[in-house]
Design a binder for this molecule. Structure first.
Ligand code: LIP
Length: 308
C-alpha cells in the first residue's frame, strides 16, 4: 500500500506542470511543481528508511536551547540527505531547516521565492524515548503559500501527502477531517513547552489548558506538532492548538489540514502566519470560531521565527 502512497502527489496536472502565477503581487516563478513533488517524494522515502532503522536503536542526543530541545545524529543525517538532495536539483531555491540549514543569526525569512521548509524529525523527544510519534516533514512554498506537503511517520506507517487544490492523501487514499463542529464533542490536541517561557506565559498556558480540559470532550498531547496536524487531517482528532511551534512544525501540516477540508489559522482568529510561532487547526471553520472564543484570554506572543 505504502508503495503507492505518492501517486496522488505525483499525478501530473493537465498541462499545468509549470507554476507561473501572475496574480497581482505574486512573482511569476517558473517552477516545475511536478518535478519538485517527484524529487521530494523520492528523498523522503530514503529518509524514512533511515528514521525507521534509527527508531530501533538507542538514541544519543544533545540538548540545544533547553532540556526539552534535543538533537540527534539522525536529525542531522536526515536534514543533510533532504537538503543536499533537493539543492542538487533546485540550487536556486531557498531552504529553511530545523537543524541549521538557514542560520538563526540572520533570521529565517519567508519570501515569495520557492522555499523548502524541512523538519528532519519532528517529535525528537519522542524519538529519543522510543515513542513512535516522530516523523519527517517537508513543505514546498511558493509566493508565500504552500504548494506541496509530505509528512511521513515510518514507525506507524502513516504517509500523508497534499498538493494545493488536489486534496490530502493518507497512504494513497484521499482523506477528510472529522467534520466536527462542536467543541464539547471534540478531541483537542495541545502541546506545551515549560522550559522556554517565563512564569507569566506559563500561567496563561496553564489556565488555557484547564479551560480546554473543561470545555472539550477530551484533551491529548502527542509530543509532535506535525503528528498533531496529521491527526486533524485524518479525522482522528478534531483540533490542535499550540503556542511556540516553529515554522518547520507547521509548514507542511497546515496544507494537509486545509486540503482535507479543515481550517488553519492564528489562535486569535486571523490568518495563519507560520513565522509567528502560533497555530490553531480545526476540522471545520465553525469549530475554529469556538476555539478562538475560548482562547481569547489566553494569547501568547513570542519572538518570531523570522527575527534574528
Ligand atoms: C517539537 C514538536 C513538539 C512541539 C514543539 C517542537 P522537535 O519539535 O514536535 O511537539 O510542541 O513545538 O517544535 O524539536 O521535536 O522537532
Amino acid at each position: 500500500m505504502l508503495r503507492f502512497a505518492w501517486q496522488q502527489l505525483l499525478r501530473r496536472g493537465s498541462g499545468s506542470a509549470k507554476c507561473c502565477s501572475t496574480a497581482s503581487g505574486k512573482v511569476n516563478w517558473n517552477v516545475d511543481v511536478d518535478k519538485c513533488a517527484e524529487a521530494s517524494c523520492a528523498l523522503v522515502d530514503q529518509a524514512a528508511e533511515l528514521l525507521k532503522e534509527a527508531n530501533k536503536e538507542i538514541r544519543v542526543f544533545k540538548t540545544k536551547a533547553n532540556n526539552q530541545d534535543l538533537v540527534t545524529v539522525t536529525d542531522r543525517q536526515i536534514e543533510d540527505l533532504l537538503v543536499c538532495g533537493l539543492r542538487r536539483q533546485f540550487p536556486d531555491h531557498v531552504y529553511i531547516g530545523e537543524e541549521g540549514t538557514s542560520g538563526p543569526a540572520t533570521g529565517r525569512q519567508l519570501t515569495n521565492q520557492p522555499t523548502w521548509i524541512i523538519d528532519p524529525i519532528d517529535g525528537t523527544v519522542n524519538f529519543v524515548h522510543g515513542c513512535p510519534y516522530n516523523c519527517i516533514s517537508v513543505a514546498f512554498w511558493l509566493n508565500r503559500q504552500p504548494e506541496l506537503a509530505i509528512c511521513y511517520c515510518p514507525t506507524l506507517q502513516l504517509k500523508l501527502t497534499a498538493r494545493r487544490k488536489r486534496g490530502c492523501y493518507l497512504n494513497g487514499r484521499q482523506i477528510r477531517t472529522s467534520g466536527q463542529r462542536e467543541l464539547r464533542r471534540s478531541l483537542v490536541l495541545h502541546e506545551m513547552h515549560a522550559s522556554n517561557m517565563g512564569d507569566d506565559h506559563r500561567d496563561t498556558l496553564w489556565a488555557m489548558t484547564v479551560n480546554l480540559f473543561c470545555r472539550a470532550q477530551t484533551l491529548r498531547s502527542t509530543g509532535s506538532a506535525v503528528m498533531d496536524l496529521c491527526l486533524v487531517a485524518m479525522g482522528a482528532a478534531d483540533a490542535y492548538v499550540e503556542f511556540l511551534p516553529h515554522c518547520w512544525d507547521v509548514a507542511a501540516g497546515a496544507l494537509l489540514v486545509r486540503e482535507a477540508g479543515g481550517a488553519v489559522m492564528d489562535p486569535a482568529g486571523g490568518e495563519l502566519d507560520i513565522m509567528s510561532r502560533r497555530v490553531l487547526a480545526t476540522a471545520t471553520p465553525e469549530l475554529g470560531c469556538q476555539m478562538v472564543q475560548l482562547l481569547a484570554d489566553s494569547q501568547i506572543y513570542h519572538k518570531r521565527d523570522d527575527q534574528p
